[in-house]
Design a protein around this ligand. Structure first.
Ligand code: AMP
Length: 126
């Protein structure tokens, strides 16, 4: 099966601005940044989404969190603050089918997430 874009970036078969790499994770700049700092962190093991994570993957997840902290320090947003997000599935807005975490910062991000305008109505129906 053909590798997807994040597998190719991980394997250095596709260009990306890699900002951090170790045995367990690769981190690179998002090509369409949503904030002044927007880094994607992926496990070096192919895991499709958070739904596919297994207990044995704990070392990858730990490295994602620890590298997020280190990258935030490297980009000088550790003090000002940042957000770490993973999108899962259709409603979560996941476009690339390879588990990844968005590290965003460098601007005040406001509270939580952008919801559709009719979200209050949807809450009532849920
Ligand atoms: P998601 O919607 O959570 O699946 O996010 C996918 C992210 O990958 C988006 O923010 C894209 O801008 C980003 N992206 C897609 N292709 C590339 C690429 N070749 N290099 C860097 N970021 C990418």
């Amino acid at each position: 099966m053909e590798k997807n874009i994040f597998e190719k970036i991980r394997d250095k078969e596709s260009d990306a601005d890699i900002v951090f790499k170790n045995e367990y994770v690769t981190a690179f700049k998002d090509i369409y940044p949503c904030a002044p700092i927007h880094i994607l962190i992926i496990p070096n093991k192919m895991i499709r989404s958070l739904n596919d994570v297994e207990k044995d993957d704990a070392i990858y997840l730990a490295n994602i969190l620890i590298s997020a902290k280190e990258i935030a320090e490297k980009f000088n947003i550790d003090k000002s603050g940042y957000r770490l997000i993973t999108n899962c599935g259709k409603d979560g807005g996941q476009e690339v089918q390879y588990l990844h975490f968005h590290l965003v910062g460098g601007v005040s991000l406001g509270r939580m997430i952008g919801l559709p305008k009719n979200s209050q109505k949807i809450f009532k129906e849920f």
